[in-house]
Design a protein around this ligand. Sequence first.
Ligand SMILES: [Zn+2]
Ligand SMILES: [Zn+2]
Length: 613
Amino acid sequence: MTQLIAILNALIGFTAFIVNPFIGLFWPDLPEFVPDAEPVVIVDKPYSLDGYSILYDGRVATDKSAAEFLAKTLNEIVGGERFEAVGDAVPAFSKEILVGAIGGEDIGGLGDEGYLIKPVGDGAIAIAGGKRGAIYGVHRFLEKYFDCRWYAHDFAVIPPNPGAKLAEVKEERFVPTLEYRETDWISPRYKEYSIANRLNGNSYRSIPEEEGGTFGYCNAGFPAHSMLNEFLKPAQYAGEHPEWYTWRDGKAKQLCLTNPEVLAQMKLEVGAQIASGNGQAIITVTQDDNQDYCQCAECKRVDAEEGSHAGTMIRFVNEIAKEFPDTLIDTFAYQYTRTPPKITKPLPNVVIRLCSIECCFAHPLDDPNCSFNAAFANDIKGWKAISNHLYIWDYTTDYGHYNCYFPNFGVLQRNIQFFVANNVKGIYEEGNHQAAECNSEFADLRSYLLARLMWDPDIDYGAEIDGFLKAYYGDGWQYLREFIDLTTANAGTKWPHRKLGIFNSPTDKDLLNMGINKIRYADALWEKAIALAGDEACAQRVRRSQLSWRFWKGCNKAAEFWRLQPVEAWQAANEALYKDLKAFGITRYSEGSLLIPEPPESWWGTPEDWRKQ
Ligand SMILES: [Zn+2]
Ligand SMILES: [Zn+2]
């Protein structure tokens, strides 16, 4: 057997030796990517904050934290201790930054989160807003006039400016459209990053009230699938009341939503949770994560009448909403409940969280030519017509292969704009919620873009990408932008089209449809990005993100993993990739499986085999 492998190996090596140069003849020359010269931005900065005081009203805790953060950051900018936040002073409206209520600005209409930046008096600047408005306004001020960015929890850009010079301050008033903005990945778990990028949910962070607090869920656990997991737990009730549940293989799966006892018990438990909860605005009452809806005679009758399994769900949730009119009662429009009911409308305090799990993420959700998305677009219009409180649960990575590149950068902005255009008021952009165990796939870029887009869907998306790449990955950043554009253009191009779903295999051409020339070109882009990165921290970030591209190539037996070369060569590529995944601390393969903790017995096969079942 060993001899046979050795002979085959020699044959492959010999064939590759003969064939390679000829194949090379038919490959077009790679265009040499010449980065565009950076645009020269001339910003007139005739003003200076030197000598300015920062004043706040000591009675408003959030204004104090906003003013103190402004002083701290301006001190970093000027490289000294020139700024101090002073409470309860009487403003002179000259050479002052008035944070929050102290300037007496009219903040009507700004709500909890809107801000107003305005030149006032003789050279003073007011930064005012409601609950979180002043702190968000301070961040906007630092971004706009001092180019500060909080790109990752461990990486902020605070450009030095010893004279605190700035352009003329213009009046600006902004109120976000989305009342709830949440995403996961790694950086959004950190308070300072979340405040800076205006994430206000409470699932991944806690922000004290004096720093603005959060707008989130009062459930005891993660706000999803709370029926059975948080409320009406089968371990407690199934023995005495088996009829409350649907059953499969001896396990309770969903509730019978037309059983009056189930409703009564749910009201009791929801009420208790609201009473003992954390004061947040929303409670989720959501179906478990399976397809086993109730099929008893009454549930069937209601669902038939409503033309959707959302029929029993919305009637049930409406009853809870009537009982607790001051709380938002959240439920899913997910899988079997995604289609709106024909008759029943959700009450005003019911939140419908519509989930895009079946969609294609190569094409925007409003692309009528992508059949997967056309069906979703139809459902969102249906819900928009009957609900005044529509939220979205959206998906932004490959949950079956976290370490593989997921080419969805082309849809992030258009999808969020599409949601907002359909009256959506809250979004949870689910990403890699286990990224702490497998951060390899542009994680910080994605979470940054998602947070920025949820705050303002009409940002200059390209400029935000460029700004991030340049700061985070160093001087070879344009090559990474080229890689992102190249892969975006080659996602969802295969015909016939299936979809770029959130569980696609890396070998599925619907995920990425790239031939040998484009792969070689992409490789050259990564090489240059590393070579030009500048410092080691940036080079390491490039290498970490490159893991996802190498993973895709490994699964597709492409480039250095190509099989028409000596076995030792492509097996060495497998081994190097595995070792680098480990070296970067990656321990997880997918949502449900770990990366094998020890190297495989042999390097035959592909990275898809490195899943611990
Ligand atoms: Zn039933
Ligand atoms: Zn598609």
